[in-house]
Design a binder for this molecule. Structure first.
Ligand SMILES: C[S@@+](CC[C@H](N)C(=O)[O-])C[C@H]1O[C@@H](n2cnc3c(N)ncnc32)[C@H](O)[C@@H]1O
Length: 241
């Protein structure tokens, strides 16, 4: 079942609009996260679900952080390495992070937790690899109407939209694992802007979904499901106690 899913983030469709980052807002929330956390130069930071490593590259080149990315997609890692062979990108999964305990000053997860199947395990792993006092920055989609999530979850589509979490559920999971919530901010405008950009690139959202329809996603159903869940976008910062 998992392997039959169409992985929107591995197709070129999204990238034609978003460029190297595969998320709403490009680097805007990455930059906001770095500034809010106040990471000092040389801090060790992990990007979970790093895709082609665009954020890792930025964290190194602009903020002088020791950044490393982990992702299970060999294709995305390879394309990142081809662009910049110096990038520290590692094959792996959020559910089983290949790093020692108490190792990282910060962890980023950008449009990534919502594509992972075992969220509790991933949060546990992030907690484990963070140093006490280390900071987690999550930029992701959320369902502003959790009751409307069911049709979206039934789509044969592996994108961050499908497993968008309700805000309260995510916060509870983090707190249960031992995180303190430092801040939550809504950035749904970035998702709206991405939708506008997708329409400009592909003509309409129907056209966009039709192009991705090797995945057998019905464009009408997809759009209706997204609307029903009232999709939003957020940044959350949490601290490991
Ligand atoms: C929507 S893309 C976002 C990529 C990147 N963070 C960005 O914003 O450009 C989701 C990423 O999560 C990765 N991913 C999927 N399952 C994962 C897992 N179990 N652990 C870590 N990363 C995963 C995918 O390969 C993909 O690169």
């Amino acid at each position: 079942m998992k392997d039959n899913l169409f992985k929107l983030y591995e197709s070129d469709l999204l990238r034609q609009t978003t460029g190297d980052t595969l998320r709403p807002g490009g680097f805007s929330l990455t930059d906001l996260g770095v500034k809010s956390c106040g990471f000092s130069s040389g801090a060790r930071v992990l990007d979970v679900g790093c895709g082609n490593g665009a954020t890792v590259e930025r964290l190194v080149s602009l903020y002088d952080l020791q950044a490393i990315g982990v992702d299970p997609s060999e294709g995305l890692l390879e394309s990142g390495k081809m662009k910049n062979p110096d990038l520290n990108l590692v094959l792996g999964r959020g559910e089983d992070l290949p790093f020692p305990d108490d190792h990282m000053d910060g962890v980023f997860a950008e449009c990534a937790l919502s594509v992972m199947f075992e969220l509790d395990k991933v949060i546990q792993e992030i907690f484990r690899v963070l140093k006490p006092g280390g900071l987690l920055v999550i930029n992701d989609v959320y369902a502003r109407n959790p009751d409307g999530l069911k049709p979206l979850q039934e789509l044969n589509l592996d994108s961050c939209l499908r497993r968008a979490l309700p805000k309260e559920q995510l916060i509870n999971q983090l707190v249960e694992q031992g995180f303190n919530i430092v801040s939550w901010s809504d950035h749904t405008n970035l998702l709206t802007q991405l939708t506008v950009n997708l329409i400009m690139t592909h003509g309409s959202m129907t056209e966009f979904w039709l192009k991705s329809s090797s995945c057998s996603v019905d464009p009408i159903l997809a759009q209706a499901a997204i609307k029903q869940a009232k999709m939003g976008y957020f940044q959350l910062i949490a601290k490991r106690i």
